[in-house]
Design a protein around this ligand. Sequence first.
Ligand code: APR
Length: 238
Amino acid sequence: MASVLIAPHDRVFVLTGAGISAESGLPTFRAEDGLWAGYRVEDVCTPDAWRRNPAEVWAFYSARRKAGLKAEPNAAHIALAELEACLGDRFFLCTQNVDDLHERAGSVRLVHMHGELAKSRCERECGRAPIEDRTVYRNLAEVGRCACGGRLRPHIVFFGEVPLEMERIQDEIAQATLMVVVGTSGSVYPAASFVHWARQGGARTVYVGPEPPLNASAFTQVVVGKAGEMLPGLFQVE
Ligand code: APR
């Protein structure tokens, strides 16, 4: 059984991807039957798609909201929340996922670098904060407008847009002595670079997932298996 030792001086940075929510019934993106097999990124997840066809973009994210509402955190989300409870501010979680399963499992010190499914924001970037919005829209006419008149768009980082909270993420990686990456194919940047940044800072790097990611060679340890089976019991906190 694999194990990862966490010493009293360690600071842990965790990066998660779609794989951690797979056992909760949410499909990943790049599997043969994944989300990008059924949709074209250019039609539903780019600024241009939003300009051309906001109805199709909302149809895609409304379907994601519907699936997300039904999903429950799995043993992997819970294991990370328990690790945070043990380590306090020596733990930081960055997820690429837009579902809220980490917070529903109890994680607190986390950022959603690719946005959040349960929020919407003004398409005009008028400065108003994103609002809570779990509505499953049936058509574009149902989608509300911001006080400034702009249409509400999903609070999602489209391809070509800058991920959120990058300064905080870079700061946390710089302080980390252990990086744990779970369930991400290593194909989307900048997240796929985090392991290299951590290595440059001298951190140990561990990957957990059923198959090695594209950037596997940058990890000091690869734990092969499903997150829900491997994460519980993986960490030995000294
Ligand atoms: N446990 C752990 N990992 C798993 C599991 C599981 N049970 N099932 C699948 N995986 C792994 C796969 O082996 C794969 O490496 O999850 C990874 C999912 O990869 P992707 O589908 O590419 O998802 P992700 O890496 O999160 O995508 C990154 O791409 O489309 C965008 O914005 C979207 O945040 C997303 C980003």
